[in-house]
Write a protein that binds this ligand. Structure first.
Ligand code: G6P
Length: 371
């Protein structure tokens, strides 16, 4: 009923709007009185964490994209090498793992068979397994050495939304915790990054207050046959997740690309009127922003209709954006937390306009318990 959905038409839409609260809950109680990070359910001793020389993240679907973002954060803040692998591929390639490898298994449901089998394989090779999970007592955390629960509350919509955002939070917390334990030079910045994270619920609220503009964009594009998504750095997994949402819900052909890879092939797909959603990185000291801008110019010169997600105050994007969605100003590594929200709203609305069942998309299941 609509009451269970807080007046929303879909559980998914309700869950999108719950994200500020979910992210806040995920951050709750993670610091002690002196401000140091503490992860209660962590169960891995500092000694054990200090010995870790490689991290492999395994997951499926949306959780895999959270893992891709995690790689950028963990490597940058902790200088520990990270691989991200689809759970269904992991054990079949005879991965190189031992007692100094930390496996991070990300799963909203905690019951995904591919992920469960992958961690069983990892443990048989003596690797330590840490689960990032939203479901208390589910199989994956039960079979792991340690767990960080995401505290998003139950997620009903088949397409993951608040599950994803809180997985990102857990990944950032894990990265910062490892930095704290290992004492890397980014250790000094933990407070600053935590303050940025603690401001996120407010920023997500700001993005949600612009939902109507995103809905009308989605309605404008309801007759599209194909949609592309571009991103760079932490915006690249956002592009992939934005595309996945459109496939899952609107049954549209949608692809996400790393913007720098365009010229190596995907640009051949661009034709007149093709909608291209572009996740523009914040302006920083690096060249990312400028390079993204030239990618956007390239597709636009070939007739694409560009829908750009760019931070507040970034005027340099205006000449190249047919449509502009503003994002709050946040550090590049944390930008996925705000950038994915308009893409969730876009997919949810487009599927609604097309008359699809957003909560129960065809052929999909909330948790897939077969390999
Ligand atoms: C299914 C769902 C996806 C989800 C994936 C991984 O395919 O339809 O939305 O991302 O499983 O689920 P998990 O519970 O392991 O995060």
């Amino acid at each position: 009923s609509s009451a269970e959905k807080d007046g929303h038409d879909w559980f998914m839409r309700k869950e999108i709007f719950e994200q500020p609260r979910a992210v806040a809950d995920s951050l709750l109680g993670r610091r002690d009185a002196s401000g140091r990070l503490q992860l209660d359910e962590m169960r891995l001793a500092d000694e054990e964490l200090r010995d870790i020389d490689k991290i492999i993240i395994i997951a499926c679907g949306t959780s895999f994209y959270a893992g891709m973002v995690a790689k950028y954060a963990i490597e940058h803040w902790t200088r520990t090498p990270v691989e991200v692998e689809l759970a269904s591929e992991f054990r079949y390639r005879d991965p190189i793992i031992d007692a100094t490898t930390l496996i991070v298994a990300i799963s909203q449901s905690g019951e995904t068979a591919d992920t469960l089998q992958a961690i069983r394989h990892a443990r048989s090779q003596r690797a330590k397994v840490l689960a990032i999970c939203n479901t208390n007592g589910s199989s994956i955390p039960r079979e792991s050495d340690a767990v960080i629960y995401t505290h998003a509350g139950p997620e009903i919509g088949v397409a993951s939304t608040k599950g994803f955002l809180t997985q990102l939070v857990a990944c950032y917390l894990l990265a910062l915790y490892i930095a704290q334990v290992k004492g890397t030079r980014f250790g000094d910045e933990i407070d600053e990054i935590m303050e940025h994270l603690e401001a996120m619920p407010g920023h997500i609220e700001t993005v949600l207050s612009g939902a109507d503009a995103v809905y009308s964009l989605a309605a404008d594009h309801a007759s599209s046959r194909s949609v592309l998504f571009l991103g760079r750095h932490a915006g690249y997994p956002v592009a992939l997740e934005g595309a996945l949402k459109l496939k899952e819900l609107a049954y549209l052909h949608a692809e996400g690309f790393a913007a720098g890879e365009l010229k190596h092939g995907p640009i051949a797909l661009v034709e007149d009127g093709l909608p291209v959603l572009c996740v523009v990185p914040p302006k920083g000291r690096d060249q990312l922003h400028g390079k993204m801008l030239s990618g956007i110019q390239e597709v636009r010169a070939r007739g694409a209709r560009t829908i750009c997600l760019a931070e507040e105050g970034d005027t340099s994007i205006e000449p190249y954006a047919d449509e502009l969605i503003r994002l709050p100003k946040v550090p590049v590594l944390l930008q996925p937390l705000v950038a994915i929200v308009p893409l969730q709203l876009f997919a949810c609305e487009l599927a609604t306009v097309l008359g699809h069942d957003v909560d129960q998309p065809r052929n999909l299941a909330k948790s897939v318990t077969v390999e």
